[in-house]
Design a protein around this ligand. Structure first.
Ligand code: DUC
Ligand code: ZN
Ligand code: ZN
Ligand code: ZN
Length: 488
């Protein structure tokens, strides 16, 4: 295949602007974006007339090759990424989980898992305990390993959960490093209580999952994390915002000027809780993820929050378990491995739900599926843009063609799909990753080892000017209070 590519006549869309132009690519990099580019016959030409030429999607939230709840996801870095590319996503950020509390060991393990990558990727890191070593290792991760975000689990008591003291320590450490603190916001102690109560009541099926961890617990933890972040003047990223309760806390904080980012995921935007009441266990268990998919109404409210800018970007939390694994919880919903798919479906479902429906513009679509993620994690404009000098991660979307989601034809290793049967207009017809055409005519051409690790530097725009706010606060503390010295 040629390493020179010309995409002709499409509408090139960036987060700020769209125009009809050609895009010329050489050796994996976009070289020129302008009308009527002429090239020699050694160049592969793609006609994009009547179609949108956009930055490939960036999924900020995935779990590939993840060992969790006594098992391991069926999608690894190859199958998960292949699925992503077939759906128009060209980069993802996965979560490194420490090994026995060691960040270094965790990083090395994920480096190995990711060797088979066929698309570019970055890493967040989870922090599951706290001591001097962890604190030192965080520094190493930021300064040498290309990690600029750390996730704290306020849920999963007895496994990943951390308490408020650690959360504060972690926030402060993130701040000193210019890294972004992320939270899984559910009150883990209360969830534990709720789960026990359901089992005592004899509610052992998947509906118990929803009943044991209602939206109020997500709202509480989100509010707590936001307030603690405010206490130390720290930017905060809330992952998988699933409820109105959590979203409203974010809205309020942002309105007051706090730097809070909210990430809804596709399942929360397009599905609802009724699936957990499905009479067939196998079907219901498929929809178990945490925080749970909420009642009808939360989906629409989250869509609205995306369209008004209360929430900023869309992830998936892609975490794939087959029905045999989901069946571990046949007698006890607490043992159903948590997670749903989405890495392949995100671009189509967001297009269909948000753009086709008229809720957002095409430029907004690019912003919340790609550009904003690149900005937050500080890899813009290398990623998230169709500009001269950017990586050639590009999709061609035909707004008049249609897509249909079914496990029969998806590229994940999953034996089912939570979006089975969903269809609509807007189809990713071509995916270009690192200058290579990897998806065309419904065919994938991917090879393990072609994806690259993208290092993410600290101090993204979320840190702009934060030192001034801190300095003002400090000097306010140092203004003396004049109290009359009274003789006793
Ligand atoms: N939620 C899930 O559903 N899966 C992975 C981890 C998480 O927080
Ligand atoms: Zn593995
Ligand atoms: Zn989570
Ligand atoms: Zn997750």
């Amino acid at each position: 295949a040629s390493s020179k590519l010309l995409i002709k006549g499409g509408t090139v869309v960036n987060a700020q602007h769209q125009e009809i132009a050609d895009v010329y690519v050489e050796d994996g990099i976009i070289v020129a974006v302008k009308p009527n580019i002429r090239v020699g016959d050694d160049v592969t030409v793609l006609d994009a007339t009547g179609k949108f030429v956009m930055p490939g999607g960036i999924d900020p939230h995935t779990h590939l090759d993840f060992e969790f709840m006594g098992t391991e996801t069926v999608d690894d870095f190859f199958s998960g990424q292949a699925a992503a590319l077939a759906g128009g996503t060209t980069m993802h950020i996965d979560f490194v989980i420490p090994v026995d509390g060691s960040l270094t060991a965790g990083f090395e393990a994920y480096e190995k898992k990711a060797k088979k990558s066929c698309m570019d990727y970055g890493f967040h890191m989870a922090i599951t305990k706290w001591d001097e070593t962890v604190s030192k290792e965080m520094e190493l991760m930021v300064k040498e390993k290309g990690i600029n975000s750390f996730k704290f689990f306020m849920a999963y008591k007895g496994a990943l959960m951390i308490n408020d003291d650690l959360l504060l320590e972690g926030f402060k450490k993130c701040k000193s490093l210019g890294a972004l603190a992320m939270v899984h916001a559910e009150n883990g102690d209360a969830v534990y209580e709720g789960q026990k109560r359901m089992i005592e009541l004899g509610i052992t099926g998947p509906e118990g999952h929803a009943l044991s961890r209602p939206a109020v617990l997500e709202g509480e933890a989100t509010a707590r994390a936001i307030r603690l972040a405010s206490f130390v003047n720290n930017p905060l990223y809330v992952v998988h915002v699933m409820s109105i309760d959590a979203m409203e806390e974010i809205a309020k904080a942002r309105k007051e000027g706090q730097r809070v980012i909210g990430e809804p995921v596709v399942s929360g935007l397009v599905l609802d809780e009724s699936w957990l009441w499905h009479p067939d266990f196998k079907t219901a268990a498929r929809y178990v993820m945490s925080p749970p998919i909420r009642k009808r109404g939360h989906d629409k409210a989250l869509q609205g929050a995306l369209s008004t800018g209360v929430l900023q970007l869309v992830g998936t939390d892609h975490c794939a378990f087959n029905s045999t694994q989901k069946a571990f919880g046949i007698d006890d919903f607490r043992k159903i491995p948590n997670g749903v798919n989405g890495i392949e479906e995100r671009m189509h479902l967001v297009w269909n739900t948000m753009v086709e429906s008229g809720q957002i513009s095409v430029t907004d679509y690019v912003r919340l599926t790609s550009t904003e993620c690149a900005r937050i994690f500080n890899v813009y404009p290398r990623k998230g843009a169709i500009l001269a000098g950017s990586d050639a991660d590009i999709i061609i979307l035909n707004p008049n063609a249609s897509f249909e989601i079914t496990a029969k034809s998806h590229h994940s290793r999953l034996d089912a799909n939570v979006y089975e049967g969903k269809k609509g207009k807007g189809k990713v017809e071509v995916t270009i990753a690192g200058g290579r055409i990897v998806w065309q005519n419904n065919e994938l051409k991917v090879a393990p080892g072609t994806g690259r690790y993208i290092k993410m530097p600290p101090f993204s725009y979320l840190y702009d000017g934060i030192d001034k706010i801190d300095a003002a606060y400090l000097s306010s503390l140092q203004a003396p209070v004049n109290r009359a010295k009274s003789a006793s």
